[in-house]
Design a binder for this molecule. Structure first.
Ligand code: NAI
Ligand code: MG
Length: 359
């Protein structure tokens, strides 16, 4: 038996989520096989998602969170299918896990891979690499609000969707961003808000940012409004290292980042409970991609990169680097799926990554 066994709950859920989780598991199992018993992965797969909803009227078991609680990590695919309203599937599974397990830091690296064309011309001759740190527990996705006056038939319905910003919530994510910046070649944190227009929550965020920044004199800082930051992603990306933003703003910016890197299918993410009171969850940024699901052509790189983030979380740093390196060698050799201009299948890319991992 292995010296260390990591217990992982796999939740492939819907669409391409099933295909990319299978791909990531294959890579991790190959790594464990090659470790000569240093470590192993014990997987348990959960059948939750939109099919489960069709049968049971819920996205996961009633005691689902209790079933997940003792795992070392959760490896997630994607949730959402045209048969279930998106807000039901998302809140019933993914957001439920994130919130209940206090996974308040969502880490989304933006990595540019060799052999993959970026829509940014600058990417050809500039080293670009930055990471979006997303506040993952409150802000615009806190779920506070309500709808009223429906059904009066006079088009008078009213909806309120409130954003929630707490000093504790702002401080912990901002501190997380500064600590992360210290581990990177460029020690810089860019804080993103829209505090000119949203004068309460986001001004609180700005105040906390200034206060925390004073404790990190070795880290460069800037505060940028979200619209200007969208432009900066395109025009001056070489000036970025760690970008910290609220739930909604970081969600949008990180999709922009992965599109700039070449495809949504490339982007990895970690939903972290930094105190480690609960399992953290690792998942590609993309959704279930119903337009290409079931064809064996989706890009597994985002999910495999997320598996590398999970290795990092387990303290298997060399192995995490090896997976990231194998991803780069594979794309550099031209083994690519269609979304990034290749013709390889999901399985072919996965097999090539494993081959480049074990040399
Ligand atoms: P999506 O990410 O599923 O797809 C957007 C576009 O990117 C599509 O053209 C798709 O083909 C492409 N794409 C996505 N992943 C890819 C991959 N691995 N390889 C190649 N191409 C890929 O976003 P969309 O269409 O807005 O949402 C579809 C469903 O997924 C919805 O039900 C939505 O709610 C859900 N969703 C779930 C997420 C999650 O579970 N974390 C995140 C985003 C969306
Ligand atoms: Mg998103």
């Amino acid at each position: 038996t292995a010296q260390r066994t990591f217990r992982i709950a796999a939740i492939p859920a819907d669409g391409v989520g099933v295909e990319v989780v299978a791909a990531g598991r294959t890579v991790l199992d190959a790594l464990a096989d090659a470790s000569n018993g240093r470590f192993a992965f014990a997987w348990q797969e959960f059948p939750w998602g939109s099919d489960y909803y069709a049968q049971h009227g819920r996205m996961m078991d009633e005691d689902g969170l209790a079933q997940l609680e003792d795992f070392d990590a959760i490896y997630f695919g994607a949730v959402g299918w045209p048969t279930v309203p998106d807000h039901v599937s998302l809140w019933g599974l993914r957001l439920k896990i994130c919130q209940s397990f206090d996974q308040w830091a969502n880490v989304r690296p933006v990595e540019f891979l060799p052999g993959i064309q970026s829509p940014l011309r600058k990417a050809d001759d500039t080293d670009l690499s930055w990471v979006v740190v997303r506040e993952n527990s409150e802000g615009e996705y806190a779920g506070f609000g309500g709808r009223n006056f429906a059904g009066r038939g006079d088009r008078g319905e009213v909806a309120v969707q409130s954003a929630v910003f707490t000093e504790v919530g702002c401080e912990r994510i901002i501190r997380f961003a500064f600590d992360l910046a210290r581990t990177r070649p460029r020690k810089k944190v860019s804080s993103v808000t829209k505090s000119n227009a949203q004068q309460y929550g986001m001004v609180l965020w700005d105040d906390v940012f200034r206060r925390v920044a004073a404790e990190y004199p070795d880290v460069e800082t800037e505060s940028v409004l979200v619209d200007a930051m969208a432009a900066k992603f395109v025009l001056r990306p070489e000036d970025l290292s760690v970008v910290v933003a609220s739930n909604l703003n970081a969600d949008i910016l990180s999709d922009l980042g992965s599109a700039l890197a070449g495809s949504l299918g490339l982007a990895a993410s970690a939903n972290v409970n930094p105190e480690r009171r609960f399992p953290s969850m690792f998942e590609p940024v993309h959704g279930s991609a119903p337009d290409i699901a079931g064809q064996g052509i989706c890009n597994p790189v985002g999910a495999i990169g997320s598996a590398a983030l999970m290795l990092e979380h387990f303290g298997l740093h060399d192995e995490a680097k090896a997976v990231q390196h194998a991803i780069e060698v594979t794309s550099g050799k031209g083994v690519r799926t269609r979304d990034v201009g290749g013709s390889a299948s999901t399985e072919e890319v996965t097999a090539a990554i494993i081959e480049n991992l074990l040399v």
